[in-house]
Design a protein. Sequence first.
Lengths: 499, 493
Amino acid sequence: MVITTTIAADSNELLHSTFASRYVRTPVPRFKMPERSMPKEAAYQMINDELMLDGNPRLNLASFVTTWMEPECNDLIMTSINKNYVDMDEYPVTTELQNRCVNMIAHLFHAPVGDDETAIGVGTVGSSEAIMLAGLAFKRKWQNKRKAEGKTYDKPNIVTGANVQVCWEKFARYFEVELKEVKLTEGYYVMDPVKAVEMVDENTICVAAILGSTLTGEFEDVKLLNELLTKKNEETGWDTPIHVDAASGGFIAPFVYPDLVWDFRLPLVKSINVSGHKYGLVYAGVGWVIWRTEEDLPEELIFHINYLGSDQPTFTLNFSKGSSQIIAQYYQFLRLGFEGYKRIIENCMDNTRVLKEGLEKTGRFGIVSKDVGVPLVAFSLKDSSKYTVFDMSESLRRFGWIIPTYTMPADAKHIAVLRVVVREDFSRSLAERLSSNIEQVLEEMESLPIRTSTKSATVSGELENAEGKKVDKKTEREIQEEIIQYWRRLVDGKRIGVC
Amino acid sequence: MALSETTLDTDLSVHSTFASRYVRTSLPRFKIPDNSIPKEAAFQIINDELMLDGNPRLNLASFVTTWMEPECDKLIMASINKNYVDMDEYPVTTELQNRCVNMIAHLFNAPLGESEAAVGVGTVGSSEAIMLAGLAFKRKWQNRRKAEGKPYDKPNIVTGANVQVCWEKFARYFEVELKEVKLREDYYVMDPEKAVEMVDENTICVAAILGSTLNGEFEDVKRLNDLLAEKNKETGWDTPIHVDAASGGFIAPFLHPELEWDFRLPWVKSINVSGHKYGLVYAGIGWVIWRSKEDLPEELIFHINYLGADQPTFTLNFSKGSSQVIAQYYQLIRMGFQGYKNVMENCRDNMIVLKDSLEQTGRFNIVSKDVGVPLVAFSLKDSSQHNEFELSDMLRRYGWIVPAYTMPPDAQHVTVLRVVIREDFSRTLAERLVNDIQKVLQELDALPSKPKVSICGDDNKVVVKKTALETQREVTTVWRKFVMERKKMNGVC
């Protein structure tokens, strides 16, 4: 008779299937590091399983940021994942690839550099860092100029539209620059060049125009701004420069609107930033900032690192970071070329048009975005009495779509829009599916009785309070819904940072 | 008779990449090429060029992690298309970041209750972390001075001259004066007494380093705390401490738990650590933890409206990848306290093996200490014939990247070679390195002394003719000295 024994030591844990192992029975550590290690398969499985509850990045129609790249590029990314970008001397080829990208983008923006001259620019982690660097350069240049003139330099300000992305407000707050915002008006959701130039004073370090406004995708009229500012500069002698925040538009305009003059072809534009991870078609984590010439980047901001005895000039906020995205950006330039980017953006524009026409057909929406601009559709409900765009956004989540709703900044706060961004991987069939899902949701919402009557209809019983009056008993769900609606409206009233 | 024809352009993808047209033309360098090329060709071209980069795992210059388990690589690739900042769309990823913050805060003994959430954030690296911490100090100090009706336009920060270049960046970009405590020979970290002497009413904080970049030493944060507490009592300035634990933060708690350097000291208000150094994650992640909510001024926090939900954020970067945050969480739960301790102990053992072998050659002075970051910093006892830079150059031939640095003021005459021991630097590699160093020493010794060739000039005087190599060396040496004497340090990393 063989006596069976229970499996003893911990070392046998690995033989069990992960799901039956001890590690899935105990709660996941949340506040403190666990004392002991666990097998790598268990760790992988646990994290993988939790992450299943994240949204699907490709159905995230809120974001401009790229969510799909070719498998060949994924391979390149994985092989360079352990290269620390800042080790320039150890990885000279990677550094060279960054320089090539800078040159290519500078030429794309018509920077006044000779054919073999190197452009002035740098790769960053995103447009936020790029904008901070550009802003720093302007601030320092302006301060030096004022010091030389013997004037005060403690109150710098920057003029932008109220539609500006939150990173400009960050720049202003962290670097102690005043933000002078040109307010929007209903129907005009970008910065008005005339008003902007009026607001310029002697303390203005630059005027920031956006090519591809976050909310509606519109391109601001940089040419007009340049003309008006040139005139003002002639009168005042302040030499106020322009910065173009082309985070989204920088990789759109040159390919589909080559005649639109917005870049270094305009003499007052001194620096431009663009996000490689938006329409540069790279995963999150790379941006670029290009300066017109050496004079526009004060030497004192540049750090010279002594690496193995050789001199390396750097100007970034971040230091160590991965090299993968830079290599991926170069891959895209090489692989797609000018014609490839053009084709992709044209496709996005077509799909945008299809979606827009589908929405217009329902007759319920007002389209807020323009045709010329970033391929996105921003739309609001013509009649929000029965249900709002917030309700629609929630209902669409059921189908898997993530579509955000935003209220416009001052002075158009009463307008709320849904915004769908059309990226490279949002195909025509997905656009048609989205249209039909939206129609479905509309039907559902129309058929619901209006809110107040719904409340009374679901009341489970009537109570009599102390005075004998009949009081509606609210279900928990109704109370929750009331609170959520109240809270939402309260939060909307706060300063909106839309992304 | 069949006439042969040349193949059309469309056939190109059928040819082997190496014979295709794209490899015959030169690579675009300044302008985006007009036409697309097949993806296989693009991959191959870039892959081939990158072969000439150094091998990351032989890069002994860097603290930054160069190897992770395949399971983790899988998680990284799966999340590569998630934009970290979309908190509402990816709530689990956001939750994982919060868990990491909590775990690291507890590791640093932050004064938190059992289920209280810590105050901290994930960053792209210690540079961003330091800038955020510095910003918080600057704003707090400004608010206090405004309330007291005193001037607040000349903030300064006190650190050692051994400080990493990102502190100088912070100072320069955010307009804070950097007051550096100079080093001296044999004392390569910040002297707490001198530091506290330099503190004045405009000092926003004193920054101590746990794991000095140059020789891995831990600064005496406890002593600094005690001295500063005394001074604060006298002056009432309440000057706080920030600990830059970029390297040491994931070493001290495991190897030296009794060392008091973190939030156990009352004047330490914020700590930064690099997840991508001894946190054992690839480049691109750092952490900053504040002691409590009071140490992070509310006005610096941005409230983003995401789909109607309020999201507080305090970072310089906005969009970035989520992979490294997930990888950090993976490491924290996969390894646990025991796992990290094992890895650090291994690193320390390998460091001692390397150090002992180098001492045995009799040619080197060891500049690094035993307690600190596992690295070996060493200089030549006799650098008259050949110096450390030459040694470093020659080691490259064997594939090793071992950097040479000169110390910051006032010890600029000391040059060291520095080998960082990471998790993936095994005992066998250590022994191989020592072998190769000995070979290089032999080669350098065997180089003939400067040859003298006499020429009779017009006036019959003997003139020493220099070889091309000597001239080159002279020029290089002069240039190097010139570069090193320039103001603004050797930013060593």
